[in-house]
Design a protein around this ligand. Structure first.
Ligand SMILES: [Zn+2]
Ligand SMILES: [Zn+2]
Length: 251
């Protein structure tokens, strides 16, 4: 399983891109950095997009992507998201007002996007990948996932504060090779992190204590761009790696 880091920050600035990971060139986890990162043939090769939740930094490239790949694909791109997230996309994004409804364009029979919803806790098949979902702790419905193919599993936390079920799921996954784990704000902003459902290095430590990692790498993402340097200082010494844009991993 190849993992490419297209975006690993909780926002954008020069040198920082919003959350987006590409698995084997065909499955995207979140859509915060597709169109500014991939060329058109690579964008057209993305068959499945699995969304953690509806917040803007995770879905922002969907409208631009839909517009770009019209005429470049014969089949729809499948977007997987929880029921609440899909409803938010229908109501607020592909509503014919903010953006055309590319779930019905260029034709109802052959649209650019097909939306597939699930309940947090469900397992579903996204192309060649088995995806297990779990509800995490965030102000909107947000999911973590374990993505598995051919005996290799990758975890992603989604945006979350301290949580429980995610760790139970990960601890039950013996072939987990890596976990993408959010950490957003420095310890000084603990109150903001708590109210907005995010981790700081302090709460990250507590979360790592729930994880029987079994050799899996813990890869940090969703660092808020304004605090990257401070966060790197605060996690130094913890058994984690801070992701950098453009990195690629063979799992
Ligand atoms: Zn976010
Ligand atoms: Zn969020």
């Amino acid at each position: 399983m190849n993992l490419r880091v297209l975006g690993c920050h909780g926002g954008e600035l020069p040198g920082c891109r919003s959350t987006c990971f590409l698995v084997d060139g065909t499955l995207a986890l979140d859509a915060g950095a597709l169109t500014a990162t991939l060329d058109l043939p690579s964008l057209a090769s993305v068959d499945q997009i699995v969304l953690t939740h509806s917040h803007f930094d995770h879905v922002k490239d969907l409208p631009l992507l839909s517009d770009l790949v019209v005429g470049w694909r014969k089949t729809p791109i499948t977007i997987w998201a929880s029921h609440a997230c899909i409803q938010t996309l229908r109501d607020n994004m592909f509503n014919g007002s903010l953006w055309p409804d590319f779930t019905r364009l260029p034709s109802v029979d052959s649209p650019v996007f097909q939306l597939r919803s699930f309940s947090p806790g469900d397992t579903f098949q996204a192309g060649a990948y088995t995806v297990r979902s779990v509800l995490v702790s965030h102000p909107v419905e947000s999911c973590g996932f374990v993505i598995e193919r051919a005996g290799t599993a990758l975890g992603i936390s989604g945006d979350t504060g301290p949580t429980q079920k995610l760790w139970e799921l990960l601890n039950q996954t013996p072939n987990l090779k890596a976990l993408l784990l959010e950490t957003s704000f420095p310890d000084e902003l603990q109150d903001l992190a708590d109210i907005s459902g995010h981790l700081t290095p302090r709460t990250l430590r507590g979360e790592l204590g729930k994880f029987r990692r079994n050799g899996a790498d813990v890869l940090l993402y969703h660092l808020k761009p304004a605090f990257v340097a401070e966060l790197k200082r605060q996690v130094a010494g913890l058994p984690v790696k801070v992701l950098e844009l453009g990195q690629s991993f063979e799992l």
